[in-house]
Design a protein around this ligand. Structure first.
Ligand code: SF4
Length: 391
């Protein structure tokens, strides 16, 4: 699966906005509905693919990712037809990583076989917790046993299965989270995404927290839970990004594409796209977030021009969250001031215990991941001061 020439690699993202309920912690733009417009949505996606593909490379994407929302709430036959349209345009996709996010309650033999026949080769399961109580606090529709069963059905059909876990949930004990890690480690999955719960504005969790009805985890709980997520190493996992663990060559190519600044085409409501244009600039554009407008063919949202220094910021920010780290040479190509400031900071960061610096590349360790935002801000401030001085 990992043998494609990646010199002009790009990725395809498809946003499926539908959900059957609104989870109390989620701030994504989703459409809560019991009646998904399966065919209309499929037709709109295919139309958008045809309309936009001319501006994109004519060879197949390195990865295709169906995210949401809840892609598994969308008819698998329609997903299959969409992938068919992709194959008609680009040829076989068996060398691509093709991921579908699925909720455990949707996973059954029928679904996984349909997805596999369609060319999907990776499933990402929104488990969040194998613990009944924690899953119910998070408003999930499954219990622990159902999540284990769904994962086993997925691993029987696919070599590449990822499980999402959330920690620092109100009411979740350290033991609860340790147990989640143990259960995940014992399953035949090759990827875990472990996130801390963020209380996002305008969510039901935020309203309850403000009313004093929700015991939000303290900073020290979050740090300790993060430390405990490292127990995945005992099961052969490597932490290759702030929230991502993989084993058996299971690192997500799609996500690595985002972190390394690879172009991507995003289809569906609210989906973002990112591609190079002339003059060393890049363009980020996004579709309307309204599914109704999207289905009516009024897809376009806004566009933003990304200059070299902004792109350098994005690369530093993403690089400091990954084990690969950030290379001075990659920054030097687009922002020479930023590159020399990075060289100076990286030396200090490694002395302070945030990672390794070999003179060309800074690779953060676990502590570095945790403070990556702070490191990015420090770099940015020094760079902008330096620019003002010299400019
Ligand atoms: S967490 Fe997932 S399933 Fe729940 S509302 Fe958000 S996108 Fe939908």
């Amino acid at each position: 699966m990992h043998h494609q020439d990646c010199s002009k690699a790009w990725s395809l993202y498809v946003h499926v906005p539908f959900c059957e309920r609104h989870c109390p912690y989620c701030d994504f733009t989703v459409v809560v509905t019991a009646t998904v417009p399966h065919r209309r949505f499929g037709a709109a996606l295919k139309e958008e693919l045809e309309e936009r593909a001319d501006n994109w490379p004519q060879h197949r994407p390195a990865s295709i990712y169906f995210g949401g929302g809840t892609p598994s709430a969308w008819d698998a036959g329609e997903l299959q037809a969409f992938l068919h349209a992709v194959k008609r345009r680009y040829g076989p996709i068996d060398l691509c990583e093709v991921t579908v996010e699925a909720n455990p309650e949707h996973v059954n033999e029928h679904l996984v076989h349909n997805l596999r026949d369609a060319g999907v080769n990776r499933i990402s399961l929104g488990v969040q917790s194998f613990n009944d109580r924690v899953a119910s606090i998070l408003g999930r529709a499954h219990d622990g046993a159902a999540a284990v069963r769904a994962t086993e059905i997925a691993t029987a059909a696919f070599d590449h299965v990822s499980v999402d876990l959330i920690h620092s949930v109100p009411g979740q004990t350290m033991d609860d989270f340790d147990r989640d890690i143990e259960v995940a480690g014992a399953l035949k999955i090759d990827h875990v995404s472990a996130y801390e719960l963020a209380i996002e504005p305008k969510t039901s969790f935020e309203r309850r927290a403000r009313a004093g009805l929700l015991q939000v985890a303290t900073e020290s709980t979050m740090v300790e839970m993060d430390r405990r997520s490292e127990a995945l190493r005992r099961y052969g996992f490597t932490r290759y990004e702030l929230s991502s663990f993989s084993r058996w060559d299971g690192a997500s190519r799609h996500n690595q594409g985002y972190w390394s600044g690879r172009p991507y085409l995003g289809l569906g409501p609210g989906a973002h796209s990112f591609r190079p244009v002339d003059g060393g600039h890049w363009i980020r554009s996004w579709n309307t977030r309204s599914t109704r407008r999207y289905l009516d063919g009024q897809r376009r949202g806004e566009t933003e021009l990304i200059d070299g220094p902004t792109r350098a910021l994005e690369l530093v920010m993403a690089g400091l969250r990954t084990a690969r780290g950030v290379a001075v040479a990659d920054i030097a190509r687009i922002d020479s001031v930023g590159a020399s400031v990075l060289r100076e900071h990286a030396r200090g960061w490694s002395r302070e215990g945030y990672g390794d610096w070999d003179g060309t590349r800074f690779r953060p360790n676990r502590v570095g991941f945790l403070v990556s935002e702070g490191l990015t801000v420090a770099w940015l401030q020094s760079r902008d001061t330096r620019r003002q001085e010299s400019g």
